[in-house]
Write a protein that binds this ligand. Sequence first.
Ligand code: NAP
Length: 455
Amino acid sequence: MSNAITINPANGETVAEYERIAISKAKEKIAMAREAYASWKETSFAERSQLMHALADLFDANKEEYARLATTEMGKTIVQARKEIEKCAWVCRFYADNAESFLGKEVVDTDAARSYVTFQPMGVILAVMPWNFPFYQVIRFAAPALMAGNTGVLKHASNVQGSAFALEVAFIKAGFPAGVFTNLNINAGNVKDVIEDKNIVAVTLTGSDPAGRSVASVAGANLKKTVLELGGSDAYVVLDDADLEEATDLATFGRLQNNGQTCIAAKRFVVLDAIYDKFLELFTKKMREAKMGDPMDESTYYGPMARLDLRDEIHEQVTKTIAQGGRLILGGKIPEGTGAYYPATILVDVHPGMEAFDNELFGPVASVIRAKDENEAIALANNSQFGLGSGVITSDRERGEKVALQLEAGSCFVNKLVTSDPRLPFGGIKNSGYGRELSAYGIREFVNIKSIWVD
Ligand code: NAP
């Protein structure tokens, strides 16, 4: 069994090696999580809330350390890594303060003397998580799941095991009892055995759609519930009344944040014909000027991709799109030197049937697509296997809202980059997955919605 090795994508140096545990050991840890559940589910919301607040305080206190770890393991800029840790604290506090009201008893008027709905915990939840937000993705699952009274076991991405263990330690330091949150350093091949373990009651996966299909099929065969947060290739529709400076600022940051590796990132820009040429000119200028470099440097706009294989994969997708008739306007060449760097890249003449239109490009590559009018823009935006987070850029809010309501996605933001905000549900439709995280909807995914009737 090969160990999990973390490599700094900025320089190719090995950071650490983490010994994988065998499936027998993983099953022991899952049994401990089941044992911990027996007493954890009996704790009050007030007790859980106190611990969740302590965890939030730990994120604040250790922000720099955690941020540097994330940057070292997967290459995001240090500035954005700090923001990720701040968001972890926010989500912990949000559920610490709101879980009880989200899961409060709902009285229903029936023929019974008393009837109501309760939201009870389910047991041990398995979370399979990606590397792109190594702290936040885990907290987005764990804060609501634990506040609901479940316990959690984590199978984190192999390249961010340092973050996975740092999280496990943080839960313990915050005072959570042993077994309430556990990192299983197993390889992806052992996930099937874990799902089949009788102590696992449900699974959540954030990652690519092949991983989602694989996990969902095993969980389905075992009749275990899943929530899937998968990829996206959503469109940002730029209407002809958009302020071009603002639109291109948003487009540049949207495509390059997290080094282009965000599920809800702007990937396809569908721009109305009347402003297409000006948009492309200004966007190209800003993408060219964005500084690629050492992610630890405070002035870096975007760093390397998370792994060399991912960098090579996106280059292949760019090459394939060009072979299919797409035109390269900027970037598109692997730079010399060490590190998994890939430059800001723009493709045009991208149509349905081409790689960059049909599939997710998880890196700093934008497709700029011309639409003759608003209706065609909406049709092009919706012509996608994905439906995670779309955007509309316009100076007319009402018009933007009308377009937003017609876009097929789990979220649609007008004049703002799609973001996950704990107050709003987050998730996708189509091949972007199903189920929701965050808000009251998210915490109700992993509970038994139970009816009580007293005659
Ligand atoms: P990935 O390759 O699917 O990996 C995600 C996790 O699944 C990792 O822990 C990975 O383990 C594991 N895994 C991979 N194949 C598996 C399999 N067949 N069975 C069980 N587990 C498996 O995705 P990634 O490259 O890390 O992340 C990028 C993808 O995640 C993109 O598509 C992105 O859009 C999506 N994403 C979605 C959201 C959302 O909220 N919707 C958020 C972030 C990212 P190993 O690391 O050991 O392979």
